[in-house]
Design a protein around this ligand. Structure first.
Ligand code: FDA
Length: 306
C-alpha cells in the first residue's frame, strides 16, 4: 500500500470512531455526499430504494445503520427498528434480507442482553421466512459474535455471519462454519499485525483461498467485494469445478460499481446489494472513504452541491 493511501486509510478510520462528529452527523442529516451510498434515513426511503433495485434484477440486504451502542435503551430501539424493517420488507413484498451489527444490539453492554435482542429479531425473521446476516465488526468483537451466532443456530437456520479474509484465523473459521451461509469479505477495520495481514497481496490470496474452500465444502457463499479481479477468478473457479450458480452470490454496497452489478445480473449471476439506511450513517461512510481514497470525490461532490 502506498504511503499516502495508508495515511488516508488511517485518517478516515480514526474519523469513523469520532463520537462528537458522529453525534453532529445525526443532527446534520445525510451530508458530505453520503446520500449516494445511503438509502435515506427512514424505512420508507429504504423500501423505495430496494424496490427500484429489485426492478433492475438486484436482490438486497438492508442494514439499519448504527454501531458501538452503549445504552440498553438505544440497543432496544435498534432492535425495534430491525423488527420494523423485517415487517416493512414483508408487507411491501420486496426481495430483501436483513444485515445487523451486534454492537448496535448491545454486544458491548452485555452478551446475554445482545443475544436476547437477536432472538427477538430472529423470531420475526423466521415468521417472514427471511434471512439475517450478522456483519463482522472489529477483531475484539469476533469471539463474542461467533458465540452469539452459535447460540442462535441452535434454534434458527436462517442466520449467518461474515468472515474477514485479512484475519489469520479466517481459514479455520470457514472450516468451523462449514455448511453455514457465509458472506466472505476482505475486512474493513484497522487491525493489528498480530491478528491480521496488512498487505493487499496476502489479503487477496487468503480471500480467494477461503472463497474456494467454502464453495468446495458445498456451502452457500456470498462474495462481498467490488474487486473485478477476484470476481472473475471466482467465476472461473466455479465453472472449472462445476459449482452451480445457485450455490453462490455476489454482494456489493449500494452506490458502488453499479455498472459491474448490472453486468453480473445480465450474465445471470445472483447479485445482492447491501443497502444501508438510517440516521447513524457517519461511521459507515467514513469506513468507505478509508477503503478507497477515490470515494472522497463523493464527499467533495456532496459538499459542492450544498
Ligand atoms: P478493494 O477495496 O480491495 O479493491 C480492489 C480493487 O477493486 C481496486 O484496486 C479497484 O481496482 C477495484 N475497485 C474496488 N472498489 C471500486 C470502486 N468503487 N470503483 C471502481 N473500482 C473499484 N467488512 C467487514 O469487515 N465486515 C463486514 O461485515 C462487511 N460486510 C460487507 C458487505 C458487503 C456487501 C461488501 C461489498 C463489503 C463488506 N465489507 C465488510 C467491506 C469489505 O471488508 C471491504 O472492506 C470492502 O468491500 C473493500 O474491499 P473490496 O473487496 O471491495 O475491494
Amino acid at each position: 500500500m502506498m504511503a499516502l493511501e495508508k495515511i488516508s486509510r488511517s485518517f478516515f478510520l480514526s474519523l469513523s470512531k469520532n463520537k462528537v462528529l458522529n453525534i453532529g452527523a445525526k443532527k446534520w442529516g445525510l451530508g458530505l455526499g453520503a446520500s449516494q451510498v445511503v438509502a435515506g434515513t427512514t424505512i420508507e426511503s429504504m423500501i423505495k430504494t430496494v424496490s427500484q433495485l429489485n426492478n433492475e434484477g438486484l436482490l438486497c440486504t438492508v442494514d439499519h445503520l448504527g454501531e458501538f451502542v452503549l445504552s440498553k435503551e438505544e440497543a432496544r430501539y435498534a432492535t425495534k427498528k430491525c423488527i420494523e424493517t423485517l415487517e416493512a420488507i414483508a408487507t411491501s413484498g420486496v426481495n430483501c434480507q436483513l444485515s445487523v451489527k451486534l454492537t448496535q444490539l448491545g454486544l458491548d453492554i452485555d452478551d446475554q442482553f445482545c443475544l436476547e435482542n437477536m432472538k427477538e429479531i430472529m423470531k420475526v425473521a423466521k415468521k417472514f421466512h427471511n434471512f439475517v446476516q450478522i456483519d463482522m465488526e472489529d477483531y475484539s468483537r469476533k469471539k463474542a459474535t461467533l458465540e452469539i451466532l452459535a447460540a442462535l443456530r441452535e434454534s434458527y437456520d436462517n442466520v449467518g455471519t461474515v468472515i474477514q479474509a485479512y484475519l489469520y484465523d479466517a481459514e479455520d473459521d470457514v472450516e468451523m462454519l462449514k455448511g453455514m451461509p457465509l458472506r466472505l469479505v476482505k475486512g474493513a477495520y484497522k487491525e493489528q499485525e498480530v491478528v491480521a495481514f496488512q498487505d493487499k497481496a496476502r489479503i487477496d490470496n487468503q480471500y480467494l483461498r477461503i472463497i474456494k474452500k467454502h464453495l468446495m465444502n458445498g456451502s452457500y457463499t456470498a462474495i462481498g467485494s467490488h474487486d473485478h479481479v477476484i470476481i472473475d477468478k471466482v467465476i472461473e473457479f466455479a465453472n472449472q469445478n462445476g459449482i452451480p450458480r445457485t450455490q453462490f452470490e455476489f454482494q456489493m454496497l449500494y452506490g458502488f460499481r453499479t455498472d459491474l452489478q448490472k453486468d453480473l445480473v445480465d450474465k445471470g449471476y445472483t447479485m445482492r446489494v447491501y443497502v444501508p439506511f438510517g440516521e447513524d450513517w457517519y461511521g459507515y461512510f467514513m469506513r468507505r472513504l478509508a477503503e478507497r481514497p477515490q470515494n472522497v470525490t463523493f464527499a467533495l461532490k456532496g459538499l459542492l452541491s450544498k
